[in-house]
Design a protein around this ligand. Structure first.
Ligand SMILES: C[S@@+](CC[C@H](N)C(=O)[O-])C[C@H]1O[C@@H](n2cnc3c(N)ncnc32)[C@H](O)[C@@H]1O
Length: 295
């Protein structure tokens, strides 16, 4: 049972949170009260939050696309801005499913020619999945219309993603594409890759909640922040279906350079951004196969 539900948060809790620098102390106090099962647990939670632990790590979950996503200690807390990328991924996966259902999708053709995977489903991969939040949101929107895989190099993230994606995805552990089934080559319709993209020199400028409590492998994207993205892009044409899409999140400043990397990798890039959500997504599309002469 929650520590106390009826009245508003105790002034003591709000004061402690406010003194620790929590801007939304009232709201956070309500959340902590709802999450704690006993007064002692509540006290411990307030203590951890006041010490700087991200609220999501204290309560054990984050809200993302209207879902409650489990987030274990050290695992990257899904950011609300990533909902923008997810919106694009859902739209593209829906299109891929429609094409597949009509029998024109590449994934269908592969399945028909003896592939092991189920036909008539769009193939979606959440690479560098962290908690699996993006994949979970796409699965919640499209259900049986997609075949979903997720992968991450961090065992803690993989454990977390397996909980969040238990019913909807196969979750693999390893470096980028290494752990994916080879049957997915040439077959991915939508490749979500919210990779780390903070330049190494700027990691120290992140809020303490991120730089002290999230794994460095989730944040540091190398000198210009685009190292992991470069590696993802280099192999993307091997894994994407013709006409399939790679979606990466970047900062506004990185978008042009990222689009250039995708173009040099053989993908057709476009940039989508939302000032309201402070979000930028670069989408690279593998050119569709040319139809055979006379075919
Ligand atoms: C910015 S976090 C994003 C997590 C998740 N996609 C999200 O949006 O909440 C980046 C993730 O990439 C993973 N990662 C970093 N390098 C990786 C690699 N070489 N192979 C697989 N995963 C990697 C990290 O462990 C981390 O979970």
């Amino acid at each position: 049972m929650p520590a106390s539900r009826s009245a508003g948060p105790g002034p003591d809790i709000v004061t402690r949170l406010r003194a620790a620098g929590c801007v939304f102390a009232e709201d956070e106090a309500q959340l902590l009260i709802g999450a704690a099962r006993t007064p002692a647990e509540l006290d411990a939670m307030v203590e951890r939050r006041a010490a700087g632990l991200p609220l999501e790590h204290v309560v054990g979950w984050a809200e993302f696309c209207g879902l409650r996503i489990a987030v274990d200690p050290r695992v990257f807390v899904p950011r609300r801005r990533t909902e923008f990328l997810v919106g694009h991924a859902i739209a593209l996966a829906r299109e891929a499913f429609a094409a597949c259902a009509e029998g024109t999708g590449a994934a269908c053709l592969a399945a028909d020619s003896g592939g092991a995977l189920a036909p008539h489903r769009a193939v979606v991969v959440d690479l560098c999945c962290g908690s699996g939040a993006a994949g979970a949101a796409v699965a919640a929107a499209l259900g049986e219309r997609i075949e979903l895989h997720a992968a991450d190099i961090d065992p803690a993230a993989v454990r977390c993603a397996r909980r969040n994606l238990a019913a909807s995805a196969q979750v693999h552990e390893g470096d980028l594409y290494d752990p994916l089934p080879t049957a997915l080559r040439d077959r991915i319709d939508v490749l979500i890759a919210n990779v780390p993209y903070v330049p190494t020199g700027e990691v120290g400028l992140l809020p303490p909640e991120a730089r002290s409590y999230e794994a460095m492998v989730a944040l540091d994207g190398g000198t210009d922040g685009l190292d992991v993205m470069r590696r993802v892009t280099a192999a993307a044409p091997l894994w994407l279906a013709p006409g399939g899409h790679l979606l990466v999140e970047t900062s506004e400043q990185q978008a042009r350079q990222a689009a250039g990397i995708l173009a040099r990798g053989g993908l057709i890039p476009r940039v989508a951004s939302s000032s309201e959500m402070n979000a930028t997504v670069v989408i690279g599309t593998r050119p569709a196969r040319q139809s055979e002469p006379g075919g």
